[in-house]
Design a protein around this ligand. Structure first.
Ligand code: KG4
Ligand code: ZN
Length: 346
């Protein structure tokens, strides 16, 4: 079974072809950074238009790279959550190609794609595990029993981790996309120069809150004008303090989730999972507690077509069948995928 995956939920057009036996055959990605940079963030209508222009050429490229005869036997596309116009571009092409090629179409939940992305690696995690999903729109701790069996253990009560990175980057005068820019600046920061809060840390429960942290950075920038103007060093120090506060919180809550569930394996996925300080701190501390961390490779932490193709493949292979959704769902809770029994126990 070979599945073509199409990802267009936000500002990246991703396409990939995944084979059940041979794994990832080919993939291609187009980032819209240049389209949105001058606006300081994603402009939904421009995102949709760019997906329209890029998607079909990328599909052709992926199929060609995989060798002409490598036909897809199913098409998976991101049906949500995401920007509705952007989602519709992927959904429309997926359904049109499926009709033309006479193959099934599989709507995929974007966060399920992120969650399963480490399965594409040479040493994939086995079930069950805990997943920390940290993207631009979501921060979730999920207990994963099997494909399609998810119990949400904790979530962000306000800003997602990636959103906090992006907003804080803006406060520090960094360009979109903020997360990687802030991480780079933080790499030049000195530790212990700013004292920022660790919201909800040390409290029971596995929920997160990041908006207070962003506000603390704003107050710091205002109170000490050197935070913004004087220079680079003060801003780098503040970026580092912010990054450390987020990383410490994510690590502590993940350890708490492992302890609460008794699982030993932790998957970290989503765009913020590309953050080096997070990867290193998480690995060190989870291993120190007898656990093991699994990451997608860096290119599959952020949005991509491979994770969507893989999620589609697993949905077909595990005979769970496609999720019933006619179109796209801009808002879509991950735990709605679980069978009712799992929901009740949660
Ligand atoms: O998963 P993703 O590509 O898209 C969504 O599903 O949202 O995640 C994008 C988010 C953005 O907020 C971006 O700033 C953040 O991931 N991000 C990072 C890094 N790379 C991407 N945040 C911190 N450090 C990074 N290296
Ligand atoms: Zn994503």
């Amino acid at each position: 079974m070979r599945v073509l995956g199409i990802e267009t939920s936000c500002d990246e057009t991703g396409v990939a072809l995944v084979d059940a036996e041979r794994g990832l055959l080919s993939h291609a990605l187009h980032s819209q950074v240049d389209v949105h940079r001058r606006y300081g963030g994603v402009v939904p209508e421009l995102a949709s238009r760019d997906h329209i222009q890029r998607l079909l050429p990328l599909v052709n490229e992926v199929l060609e790279r995989a060798g002409g005869e490598a036909k897809a036997q199913a098409i998976a596309y991101t049906a949500g959550p995401g920007l509705v116009g952007a989602l519709l571009v992927g959904a429309s092409l997926a359904r049109a190609l499926a009709f033309a090629w006479d193959v099934p179409v599989v709507p995929v939940h974007h966060m399920e794609g992120h969650l399963l992305a480490p399965m594409l690696e040479p040493d994939p995690p086995s079930f069950p595990f805990v997943a920390l999903l940290v993207s631009g729109g979501h921060t979730l701790l999920v207990e994963v029993e099997a494909v399609g069996c998810y119990r949400i253990l904790g979530r962000s009560l306000d800003d997602a981790a990636g959103e906090a990175f992006d907003k804080t980057a803006k406060l520090l005068g960094l360009p979109y996309p903020g997360g990687p820019a802030l991480a780079e600046l933080a790499g030049r920061g000195r530790p212990g120069q700013w004292d920022l809060p660790r919201p909800l840390l040390g409290r029971p429960g596995l929920d997160f809150s990041f908006s207070g942290l962003k506000t603390a950075v704003m107050v710091a920038v205002r109170q000490r004008p050197e935070g913004r103007q004087a220079g680079h060093q003060a801003r780098a120090d503040l970026a580092r303090a912010f990054e450390e506060a987020v990383v410490e919180t994510l690590v502590a809550k993940s350890l708490q989730a492992l302890q609460a569930t008794g699982h030993k394996r932790l998957v970290v996925a989503g765009g913020v999972g590309a953050n080096q300080r997070l990867r290193e701190a998480m690995r060190r501390q989870v291993e120190a507690n007898g656990g093991q961390v699994y990451y997608p490779s860096l290119e599959f932490c952020t949005d991509n077509g491979a994770m969507i193709a893989y999620a589609g493949l697993r949905r077909l292979a595990d005979a769970q069948g496609p999720i019933e959704t006619m179109s796209v769902r801009p808002r879509w809770s991950l735990d709605s995928l679980s069978p009712p029994a799992v929901n009740e126990s949660g």
